[in-house]
Design a protein around this ligand. Structure first.
Ligand code: SF4
Ligand code: SF4
Length: 138
């Protein structure tokens, strides 16, 4: 390398600033296909268990009786197979990464549990008719 080239490189390095980003002060750039983490919409999940069977890491556990869908974030490799395999579109691969967990030894802290919400109970037709009648007379 000639003196001229070396000087050019040194000047460029001195004036160019860092090549890295000051994350997290400067947000990371993410493309739409970035695999960050899996999320679930419990209201559409039918507890069919397909996602659990497709997962190569056994990261998903489903309890049909309790209507619980559970993911172990420490097992998940964000391959996206469960998202592709869910027939009801309940799973989504979000591009954002989750914040790191400080207590690495407490494995249970990495397990995120979603409980399927109960459907609101419908009032019997008679009850609602009586209420309407009471409202009219008042
Ligand atoms: S993204 Fe892959 S590893 Fe993670 S839960 Fe889904 S199937 Fe399992
Ligand atoms: S998330 Fe989808 S594939 Fe998994 S149990 Fe629910 S409906 Fe089935």
């Amino acid at each position: 390398m000639s003196i001229f080239q070396m000087t050019k490189t040194v000047i460029r390095n001195l004036t160019g600033g860092p090549a890295t980003r000051q994350y997290p002060a400067v947000p990371a750039r993410r493309c739409p296909l970035t695999r960050g983490h899996v999320t679930i919409d419990p209201s559409t999940c039918r507890s069919c268990g397909l996602c659990s069977r497709r997962c190569p890491c056994e990261a998903i556990r489903i309890d049909k009786e309790e209507k619980v869908w559970e993911i172990d974030r420490m097992r998940c490799i964000a391959c996206g197979d469960c998202v592709e395999g869910c027939p009801f579109g309940s799973l989504t691969m979000e591009p954002e990464y989750l914040p790191p967990v400080v207590e690495q030894c407490a494995a249970e802290r990495h397990i995120i549990t979603y409980v399927k919400p109960e459907k609101p109970e419908k009032k019997p037709a008679e009850e609602s008719t009586q209420e309407e009648g009471a409202g009219e007379s008042a």
